[in-house]
Design a protein around this ligand. Structure first.
Ligand code: ADP
Ligand code: ADP
Length: 216
C-alpha cells in the first residue's frame, strides 16, 4: 500500500539516500534498523510527506505523494497518516482524552463518533483509567500510549514511528512494540517503525536494514 521507488535525497553535499526501494504491505509491522546516520529518519520523513525526495516516487495506494499540492498536504497527513516520535509531544495543558481527540477535531469528525473512538483506543491501549490525567501526571509509558492513541484516532492508512520507545526503559519499550502487534491484529493497522535497537526491531513482521543510504 506504500511504495518508495528509487528515492534519492541529499543535504548539501551529503548524499543521505542513494536509491531506496521499499514496499510496505497492508497490515504489516515493519521495522527499519541501522546505525546512526544511515538515513532511517530521512526515509521515514519522506514516506510521511514531512520532507521531499530529490528524485524518486512515494506512492500510497497508487497516489503519488510528491505531487500533492501544499494546501492538500496538511489534510492528507492528518487523515491518512499517523506519527509517533521519541518524545510524545502531548500538549501539557490538555488531558489525555483531549490530546487524543485533537486530530479528530481538526478533521471535524462528529463528536459522538470521535469520543467513542477515543474510548475504544484507550481500552485497547490500557489507558482508560488515565484519560482525565494531564501528561505531567502520567508515567513515560502511559504518555507514549496516549501518543499512540492520538496517532490512531483518524484511522490512518499507516502509522510512522521514529524511535517511539527511545525514551522508555526496556520493559516499557518491549510492551510498546508488542502493542503495535495488538493494534495490527485488532484494527488492521499498518506500522513502519524506525529503531536503532535490534532486539526491539525483532518485534515486527519484517526487519529492513539500512546502511549508508541504502537498504541492504
Ligand atoms: P538515522 O535516522 O539513520 O540516524 P538520519 O536520516 O537522521 O539517519 O540522517 C542521515 C544523515 O543525514 C546524517 O548524517 C544526518 O546528519 C544528515 N541529516 C539529516 N537531516 C538533515 C538536515 N535537515 N540537514 C542536514 N543534514 C541532515
Ligand atoms: P511506568 O513504569 O509504566 O512508566 P511508573 O512506575 O512511572 O510507570 O508509574 C506508575 C504509576 O504512577 C502510573 O500508573 C501513574 O499513574 C502514576 N504516576 C507516575 N508518575 C506520576 C506523576 N508524576 N504524577 C502522578 N502520578 C504518576
Amino acid at each position: 500500500m506504500l511504495i518508495a521507488k528509487n528515492i534519492h535525497k541529499s543535504y548539501g553535499n551529503l548524499h543521505v539516500l542513494k536509491g531506496v526501494n521499499l514496499e510496505i504491505r497492508e497490515k504489516e509491522v515493519v521495522s527499519i534498523v541501522g546505525s546512526s546516520g544511515a538515513g532511517k529518519s530521512t526515509l521515514l520523513h519522506i514516506l510521511g510527506t514531512l520532507d521531499k525526495a530529490d528524485s524518486g516516487n512515494v506512492l500510497m495506494n497508487g497516489l503519488e505523494l510528491g505531487k500533492l499540492k501544499k494546501d492538500k498536504l496538511a489534510d492528507f497527513r492528518n487523515s491518512e497518516l499517523g506519527f509517533i516520535f521519541q518524545f510524545h509531544n502531548l500538549l501539557p495543558e490538555f488531558t489525555a482524552f483531549e490530546n487524543i481527540q485533537i486530530p479528530g477535531l481538526i478533521r471535524k469528525t462528529d463528536l459522538g463518533e470521535l469520543n467513542k473512538r477515543v474510548k475504544e483506543l484507550a481500552e485497547i491501549l490500557g489507558i482508560t483509567h488515565r484519560l482525565d490525567a494531564k501528561p505531567s501526571e502520567m508515567s513515560g509509558g502511559e504518555q507514549q500510549r496516549v501518543a499512540v492513541a492520538r496517532a490512531l484516532i483518524n484511522s490512518p492508512k499507516v502509522v510512522l514511528a521514529d524511535e517511539p520507545s527511545g525514551n522508555l526503559d526496556t520493559s516499557n519499550a518491549e510492551a510498546l512494540h508488542q502493542l503495535f502487534f495488538t493494534l495490527r491484529d485488532e484494527l488492521n493497522q499498518t506500522f513502519v517503525i524506525v529503531t536503532h535497537n535490534d532486539s526491539l526491531a525483532d518485534l515486527s513482521d519484517r526487519k529492513v536494514t539500512m546502511k549508508d543510504g541504502l537498504i541492504v
